[in-house]
Structures are given as structure tokens and as C-alpha cells.
Design a protein around this ligand. Structure first.
Ligand code: URA
Length: 440
């Protein structure tokens, strides 16, 4: 096999065989295929696409390029959830404990934040003492005992994706459905859970800006999961507005705790209820309606919050900050952003809200930037609400006062206004399973 011939084949829109894909991934990971040839292949894939079979073959080869985690030491059905990333998305911190409280195991490997999107591992690390780099036996032991553990991704999980993603990032080849779906699903397959629920975000804070593109991505990922023998489903949720009010690591942990205690923001509570119920449904705990009832009970009777406390303690974290969020380290400075206009908020450019939080120190501009766990934004007004001139739109938190000016400018530019009332779209826009697409 010559890489030159494979590039030519893909350039002409032909289908690559499983053997060709396998050789290509092996050769790229071990350095026989140089970046310039792989870049040409990635660009050809962007223009010509890949069939469902090619995408599934690519994903399986990428997954097998490193460790395939064997979760059989954990008793019962294991269910995983993946979000395609957004702003204010702290759902894992809420639904992991809920699902565990309902008797289904969650052995979750999560990522760090980059750019405008946050990462669960960073959020967890804002809890003093919390360990996210656990030995595999310790991780399994916690999942068996508590029902849930969330750790960082092990170094050798889908190394082909790590190398390919870095190349895509600098060759303008990120936005391709076969490449995104194989990247995400290779890590999910390697992580070993029996069932996978995908939360595909859509809107101005997401990779996929339109519902149609999000559904197409979800369909491809569900097909890959099912092809690999995993029970897989996707929900398309709104990311045209930040989820909840808090953006930034410890601020988001505090909001997740409020939600687990039954008094979180309405949108976050609703999305978490739907995601948790669908995870339970995939694990065969009942109909979706029955599973929603289980979720409601786990929150109301305090079992879900107790699971978070147990997980934090098992991973070395200080659970007193979970019991009393007033103990979280506070940012030394805060600043109120006031509205210069009166009217209904027509839209929030959600990516820019995430960028404003990053500028305050809550996120990473590059992979090596450090994070200020106490920095971020608490939104006081969101899309659809009416604001008067001079009313507070948001409160900014930072460790350096000089960061406020730039963040304020970015955030205020993210808001647009209307004189007419504005109707928000539904939080859950569609559901995708092997049986088809259900739009709401
Ligand atoms: N997240 C991933 O892991 N990979 C992509 O390609 C896009 C989002």
C-alpha cells in the first residue's frame, strides 16, 4: 500500500477498504506516514466525505491504536455520556451522581477544556484535593463501591486520535462529520462502557451550528456505536445560549451542587433530567418516563447529592466544600457588567460568552495555559429576558482587576437586543437512535 495511492483514491471520492484504513492508521501512529501526506488525506476526506462503513472502520482502527479499557471488573451495566462541548456545560457533575444513585455504574473518562469550552476534569480539580489521575484498579474500585467515578483520560487512549486531532487543528480539517465522529467515538469505544449517550450540542456555542448538521453528526456516531456493539443514542440539545448561569470552574461546581440539591437553574435541571433518564433507559431501567421518575426521586430524596459527596471523598477531595460551597476559594475581584440598553435579549453569542470567561482566566487559550479555578462569569440575564438600561447583565470574577475591561467588551458584544418579546427554542431539539430521528 502506498499512501500516495490512498490519497488519490480518496481525492476521487472512492471508498477505502478496512485493510487500507488499518495500514494508514498504523503507519501514521508509528511515524512511517508523514504529516504532509496525512494532511492531504484529511483534506480529501473533508471534501469527499466517507461512507458509514469507512467511518466505522476508521473509528475502530483509531480506537485499537492504544489501550482498549476492559471494564469487566466493574459489576453491572456501565453507561457513558459524551457531550460535544459547550459553554456552562456542567451536566456530567450532575448526572453522574444521579445515574449512580439509580443503580447504574458510571466509569467516566473526561477531558480538559480548550478555548471557549470547559472540561469536566478542570471543574473537578477546583475541588481542593480532588484526584483525577487515578490508577485503573483504584478507578474500578471506586466505581464498584460508589457507583460513579470521573477521571482524566489515560495517556494511551486512542493515540491515533491525539495525533490526528493535533494535525486537524492546524490544517483546517476539524469540521468534517466523518472526522469528528471517528475522533469522538474512537475514545468512547476505547473507554469500554456498554452503553453510550451522546449529548450533541447545537448553536452558537457548539461545533455544529445548525440542528440539521447536529443530527447528521449524531446519526453517524450512533451508527458507529451500534456497529461496534454498544447500545448508543444521541440527544440534540441547545447550545445557542449558555447552560445555567455559571461559566468557570468552581462557579460551575457550585451550580451543579445546587442542581443536585433540587434548586438549580431551570434549563440545567431540565437538560440533566433528560440526559440522566436516557442513560438509565439505555441501561434498561425502564421506559424513559419511568426513568425520569427515578431521576426525580434520586434528587428529591438526597441520594444523588450523597453520591457526589462519596465520589469526591473517594477521589481524595475535600467534601466539606461540597457540603458548604461558601468554603470554595473566592476570586479576589468581582465586577458587575451593566446593560447599556433597554429591551429583550434577542440572542447571546455563546462562543463569545465562553471566550469572555477564558479571558478572565477560567479557560485555556492554548493546551499549556494554566487555569484560575475561581475565575468566570455568573449570568444574571439570558436570552428572552427583559432588561432595563443600567441593570446587571452578569458578574465577572477574576484574580486580576485589569482583566475585566477586555472580558466586559467581549461579553457585552455577545448580547443582542430586540424591542419585541423573544421566544426561546426548546432545550432538547431531537433524539437520534438506531430506530431513526425524532424531532421536537
Ligand atoms: N471533540 C473531539 O474529541 N473530536 C473532534 O473532532 C471534535 C470534538
Amino acid at each position: 500500500m502506498r499512501m500516495y495511492d490512498l490519497i488519490t483514491k480518496k481525492k476521487h471520492g472512492e471508498e477505502l477498504t478496512r485493510d487500507e484504513i488499518s495500514e494508514m492508521i498504523r503507519g501514521y501512529v508509528n511515524g512511517e506516514i508523514p504529516d504532509y501526506q496525512m494532511s492531504a488525506m484529511l483534506m480529501a476526506i473533508c471534501f469527499q466525505g466517507m461512507t458509514e462503513k469507512e467511518t466505522a472502520d476508521l473509528t475502530i482502527e483509531m480506537a485499537h491504536s492504544g489501550d482498549m479499557v476492559d471494564l469487566s471488573a466493574i459489576k453491572g451495566i456501565k453507561v457513558d455520556k459524551h457531550s460535544t462541548g459547550g459553554v456552562g456545560d456542567k451536566t456530567t457533575l450532575v448526572i453522574g451522581p444521579i445515574v449512580a444513585a439509580c443503580g447504574v455504574k458510571v466509569a467516566k473518562m473526561s477531558g480538559r477544556g480548550l478555548g471557549h469550552t470547559g472540561g469536566t476534569v478542570d471543574k473537578l480539580e477546583s475541588i481542593p484535593g480532588m484526584q483525577v489521575a487515578l490508577k485503573q484498579e483504584q478507578f474500578f474500585e471506586i466505581v464498584n463501591k460508589v457507583g460513579v467515578s470521573v477521571v482524566g483520560q489515560s495517556g494511551n487512549l486512542a493515540p491515533a486520535d491525539k495525533k490526528l486531532y493535533a494535525l486537524r487543528d492546524v490544517t483546517a480539517t476539524v469540521d468534517s462529520i466523518p472526522l469528528i465522529s471517528s475522533s469522538i467515538m474512537s475514545k468512547k469505544l476505547a473507554a469500554g462502557s456498554d452503553c453510550i449517550l451522546l449529548d450533541v450540542k447545537t448553536g452558537s456555542g457548539a461545533f455544529m451550528r445548525t440542528v440539521e448538521d447536529s443530527i447528521a453528526l449524531a446519526q453517524r456516531m450512533v451508527a458507529i456505536g451500534e456497529h461496534a456493539g454498544r447500545n448508543t443514542m444521541a440527544v440534540i440539545t441547545d447550545m445557542d445560549i449558555p447552560l445555567g448561569h455559571a461559566i468557570g470552574n468552581s462557579l460551575e461546581v457550585m451550580e451543579a451542587i445546587e442542581t443536585l440539591q433540587g434548586h438549580g437553574p431551570k434549563d440545567l435541571t431540565e437538560v440533566c433530567k433528560i440526559l440522566a433518564a436516557n442513560m438509565l433507559y439505555l441501561a434498561k431501567k425502564g421506559t424513559v418516563e419511568e426513568c425520569e421518575q427515578l431521576v426525580k426521586e434520586a434528587v428529591e430524596n438526597g441520594a444523588a447529592f450523597k453520591k457526589l459527596v462519596e465520589m469526591v471523598e473517594a477521589q481524595g477531595g475535600d467534601s466539606s466544600v461540597i457540603q458548604d460551597t461558601g468554603k470554595f476559594r473566592k476570586a479576589p475581584y468581582q465586577y458587575e457588567v451593566k446593560s447599556a440598553r433597554e429591551g429583550y435579549i434577542r440572542h447571546m453569542d455563546t462562543e463569545q460568552c465562553g471566550v469572555a470567561s477564558m479571558v478572565l482566566g477560567a479557560g485555556r487559550e492554548t493546551k499549556d495555559s494554566s487555569i484560575d479555578y475561581s475565575a468566570g462569569i455568573v449570568l444574571k440575564k439570558k436570552t428572552g429576558e427583559f432588561v432595563k438600561c443600567g441593570e446587571v447583565l452578569a458578574v465577572l470574577y477574576a484574580s486580576k482587576e485589569e482583566l475585566f475591561q477586555k472580558a466586559e467588551k467581549i461579553l457585552t458584544n455577545a448580547y443582542s437586543f430586540s424591542e419585541e418579546p423573544v421566544r426561546n427554542r426548546p432545550l432538547v431539539l431531537a433524539k437520534v437512535s438506531s430506530g431513526g430521528v425524532e424531532k421536537y
